[in-house]
Design a protein around this ligand. Structure first.
Ligand code: PGA
Length: 265
């Protein structure tokens, strides 16, 4: 059984005061759910607020925090960059890698993503690799080819063992922040294709890797997506800024894992 994971990606939003309120409202709502066990919740905060988030989440059951990006270099003269070891120092558990907004705005290629994944693994952090096709790719019928290639290239220089902590986030680019989301069957099909790509390397890697869905995920559409057998949680942008919605999405991931466990017995 894979533990469902729901990560809130705050992107470039928030400030000290609003973060404090968001975190305390969220923890009040989600605390009992997380204590029951069986799921994990993460917050990908803007770098200046990682410490604030760490202070609020530390010691809480099933909570992790992490960064939205990391340098592909280890240390040195790289002005403005943040290394994986610095994130580790702030007790981050993960970092997003290859988010489509970074691929589009900062020319982040699959090989840059690959180096970032290696830096994170060296530092003992979980890489959350984001993959996803553009609308043009989907309309041309090449979504699966593009997305599976993003995965293959990002893992190219990694052994199966060293790749094993990775989390994948399938985020169709056309669904991010648009209010459109992949249909549950299209999302399931892509998640299954990603798992199949992993199984070409190793069955254990395929069955243990969590593949989460992102792209306009809300409390109203999460349940049916989380019911799909290869969807192991969510990467939530806009809806994670509202503690009520985000807490509901976290609770829905727990419900789906409970019902999956009962049908597998
Ligand atoms: P969204 O963003 O939920 O606002 O679509 C998801 C993401 O970009 O991670």
């Amino acid at each position: 059984m894979r533990t469902p994971l729901v990560i809130g990606n705050w992107k470039m939003n928030g400030d000290m005061v609003s973060n404090e309120k968001c975190l305390s409202d969220l923890l009040e709502r989600v605390g009992p759910t997380l204590e029951t066990g069986g799921i994990e919740m993460g917050i990908a905060a803007p770098a200046p607020y990682l410490f604030q988030v760490a202070v609020r989440l530390k010691g809480r059951a099933a909570c992790v925090w992490g960064s939205q990006d990391v340098s592909d270099e280890g240390s040195g003269a790289f002005t403005g960059e943040i290394s994986a070891f610095m994130l580790k120092d702030f007790e981050c558990g993960f970092s997003l890698v290859g988010h489509s907004e970074r691929r589009a705005r900062h020319a982040e290629t699959n090989s840059v993503a690959s180096r970032k994944i290696q830096r994170l693994i060296e530092a003992g952090l979980i890489p959350v690799l984001c993959v996803g096709e553009s609308l043009e790719d989907r309309q041309a019928g090449r979504a699966e080819v593009v997305v599976c290639e993003q995965l293959r290239e990002a893992l190219v220089s990694m052994s199966d063992d060293s790749a094993s902590p990775i989390v994948l986030a399938y985020e169709p680019v056309w669904a991010i922040g648009t209010g459109k989301q992949a249909s549950p069957s299209d999302a399931q099909q892509m998640h299954a294709a990603l798992r199949e790509t992993l199984s070409q390397r190793s069955d254990a890697l395929a069955s243990n890797t969590r593949i989460i869905y992102g792209g306009s995920l809300t409390a109203s559409n999460a349940a049916v997506l989380f019911e799909q057998p290869d969807i192991d949680g969510g990467l939530v942008g806009g809806a994670s800024l509202d503690p009520v919605s985000f807490a509901s999405i976290v609770a829905l991931s727990q419900l789906s894992s409970v019902s999956a466990a009962s049908t597998s017995h």
